[in-house]
Ligand binder design. Structure first.
Ligand SMILES: [Zn+2]
Length: 279
């Protein structure tokens, strides 16, 4: 992990209240105003919003890594070792990520921002497809860590819906291969040790550097290079909003910082935006 670069010249001003000490009503109102006045809004989301849809954070205790060894799930091992592939498919089959997860109020609030014409794009660390399910057009969702609901052939690039591969697993196949070329199939999410999808990373970097408001929701900004997006935004002069339960390395750069559950905060923010737009 690389250290965060802080942009030059950004300091807390002595004598003013730290942003996190303001009350929630004031903060929600502030964020709504920032949204109304912004021209290009990028939303950045992490695991904190998926947990509210019942999707476990892989890194938390009781998560999937208590039952499976993360060392079995490196990209290198997956490619090199059929036994590792067998274990990976077994884990998927046991439902570490269900296809039935539903979007929650945060996903719907973001989709509404899009309908109000206020969304440039969503950049997400999540692999669960819930932004699209909530109604954000897929061309506006940049998935830095891929999408777990798709499976890709590493030889010919053909993509299959996970549902379709799950049927084959349920029928007893342990290591499904590509129907077209018998190549290795891999969930289309980024594994440990696997480079991030280059095109997505490039586009996300460019959008972050060109927005005027960058809103982090449910991410502690510690997984790189994803977390750099907020740095690019601030370095380029964008205002930063952070909505997260715990602290992040970028808190001091935030114009507004909300320490609350994403769903509650975003429901109130979108309500305010709606009122201000119609009023
Ligand atoms: Zn293939």
């Amino acid at each position: 992990m690389s250290p965060v670069r802080f942009p030059n010249g950004v300091r807390l001003i002595k004598g003013t209240n730290p942003v996190w000490k303001q009350n929630l009503d004031t903060l929600v109102d502030r964020v709504a105003d920032l949204i109304i006045n912004a021209k290009r809004i990028v939303i950045f989301t992490g695991a904190g919003i998926s947990t509210e849809s019942g999707i476990p954070d892989f890194r938390s205790p009781g998560g999937i890594w208590d039952r499976f060894d993360p060392d079995d799930f490196t990209y290198h091992k997956f490619i090199a070792d059929p036994e590792s592939r067998r274990k990976q498919w077994q884990m998927l089959r046991e439902g570490s990520l269900t296809t039935e997860a539903k979007p929650n109020p945060t996903h719907y609030a973001i989709a509404e921002l899009d309908r109000l014409g206020k969304l440039d794009c969503v950049i997400t660390q999540n692999v669960d497809n819930l932004h699209q399910k909530a109604g954000v057009p897929s061309e506006k969702v940049f998935e830095l860590h891929g999408n777990m609901l798709w499976v890709v052939c590493l030889s010919c690039g053909r993509r299959y819906p996970l549902e379709q591969i799950k049927v084959r697993l349920d029928e007893g196949e342990e290591v499904p291969d590509c129907e077209a070329c018998h190549g290795i199939l891999k969930p289309d999410a980024v594994f440990f040790g696997e480079p991030l999808p280059e095109k997505v990373l490039k586009e996300a970097t460019s959008r972050s550097s060109n927005c005027d408001l960058f809103i982090v929701i449910g991410s502690t900004l510690v997984v790189y290079p994803a977390a750099y997006m907020s740095v690019y935004a601030v370095d380029s002069g964008a205002k930063l909003v952070i909505i997260n339960l715990s602290s992040t390395p970028m808190d001091r750069q935030a114009t507004a910082l909300i320490r609350a559950k994403a769903g509650e905060a975003m429901s109130r923010v979108i309500e305010q935006v709606r009122e201000k737009v119609s009023g």
